[in-house]
Design a protein around this ligand. Structure first.
Ligand SMILES: Cc1ncc(COP(=O)(O)O)c(C=O)c1O
Length: 396
């Protein structure tokens, strides 16, 4: 079979290989990037889907508009307003099949082979793969506990004049990092100064544990003149409600949104109308605030348990910033006391001890830090988290 040349730019994820080992009985997994299925609001989603079939069976089961089911676009605009982005009209967003599709549509509409795109180092693996499929040359901008280092980012933008910059400012995957308010403003100012498009991917922003995080770049763009026209925001119901619904959305300048809509026509015509009608009913029924409170409380407890266990069991062999939201710990092996400092080697030994996690190196598009690990606290309960970290300490 002669495959397209674009496939030469990508390979199947190194992480997938590890996932094959997760079937081993008794394994405690910190490896997934999933929300906990035990937290799904099954009753609420059942009621919403029944309501959708009752109120508008034709629309819920028929082909629909590529831009999205209008009642859902309206609900999503209101949802964004409740999160501080007051001026999003339903026509400023399209519904996508998960935010993953929004990333793919951005690749399709913006990336020519050889175009430069700046991403965080580390960043979401599927983004790396997706943008590379379109031939992007990815450039890695370093981060710390406060998100992307804006001084470094500015140098990279000035040097490379990228097609766009892709950021996960709020509880990033895999970093868990939270971009500070000061840096958020700087990013928007830089967008205007260099006329650079910024993509804000925000599937985790609602999953905060204590205080709400600083406003999204989208919400803040109202206070930085000229930045809104240079900003794309991707949202998703996956991490807060259900990834199986495959409901995400993209807010973007009108010309970009029109081209993305055109490309979506050739991809999947539209996101499942039944899923969209269900999501619209769910939001309209006002269930989201209670759902968010519930998942935040559970994940907060688990994140606390994981941080406590890591400090207790692994001590100075690791360093990390306690995440304030999201699903992940980003941990660095220090090698202190002669302990293992290679994430990949530790991942293999950890499986033998009955615990799985993902080594950090594949999340970098360049200059990988092999001493890093991503641990998800989302799907194991507190007891399992303690046991899993104890097993990790044995593997170390
Ligand atoms: C940063 C980031 N963006 C996008 C996605 C895609 O999510 P979905 O397509 O389910 O909305 C994920 C899922 O893991 C993610 O971590």
């Amino acid at each position: 079979m002669l495959f397209a040349d674009r496939l030469n730019n990508v390979e199947t994820s190194a992480i997938r290989e590890l996932f094959k080992l997760l079937g081993k009985p008794g394994i405690i997994s910190f490896a997934g990037g999933f929300p906990d299925s035990a937290l799904f609001d099954v009753d609420g989603i059942r009621a919403a889907s029944q309501q959708a079939l009752q109120d508008e069976p034709g629309a819920a089961l028929q082909y629909g508009a590529t831009e999205g089911y209008q009642p859902l676009r309206e609900q999503l605009a209101q949802f964004m307003a409740s999160k501080g982005a007051q001026d999003v009209a339903p026509g400023n967003l399209i519904v996508t099949t998960g935010s993953q599709q929004a990333l793919d549509l951005l690749g399709k509409t913006l990336i020519n082979p050889g175009d430069k795109v700046i991403v965080e180092g580390p960043t979401f693996l599927a983004t790396i793969q997706c943008f590379r499929l379109y031939g992007a040359e990815l450039i890695s901008a370093p981060i710390d506990g406060n998100g992307v280092k804006t001084d470094e980012l500015e140098k990279l933008i000035a040097e490379h004049q990228p097609k766009f910059v892709y950021l996960i400012p709020t509880f990033g995957n895999p970093s868990g990092a939270l971009l500070s308010l000061e840096r958020r403003k700087k990013v928007l100012e830089m967008a205007v100064k260099y006329q650079t498009l910024i993509v804000e991917d925000d599937p985790y922003g609602d999953l905060y544990f204590g205080e709400a995080p600083p406003p999204s770049l989208l919400a803040l763009s109202a206070s930085v003149p000229g930045s809104r026209e240079l900003l794309v925001h991707c949202g998703s119901l996956s991490k807060v409600l259900s990834p199986g619904l495959r409901v995400g959305w993209m807010i973007a300048p009108a010309d970009l949104l029109a081209n993305a809509t055109m490309c979506k026509q050739f991809s999947d015509a539209h996101t499942s109308t039944f899923a969209q009608a269900t999501a619209a009913q769910y939001l309209q029924a006002g269930r989201m605030p209670a759902t968010l409170n519930k998942v935040r409380a559970v994940y907060a407890e688990r994140a606390q348990a994981m941080g406590d266990a890591l400090r207790k069991e692994l001590g100075d062999a690791v360093e990390f910033v306690q995440p304030q939201g999201g699903l992940f710990f980003w941990v660095r092996l220090t090698g202190a006391g002669g302990k293992e400092s290679d994430g990949k080697l530790l991942a293999q030994r950890a499986i033998d001890q009955g615990v799985a996690f993902v080594p950090g190196a594949p999340f970098y598009c360049a200059q990988a830090d092999n001493a890093t690990l991503r641990l998800s606290f989302a799907t194991a309960d507190v007891e399992k988290i303690r046991e899993g970290v104890a097993r990790l300490a044995k593997a170390l």
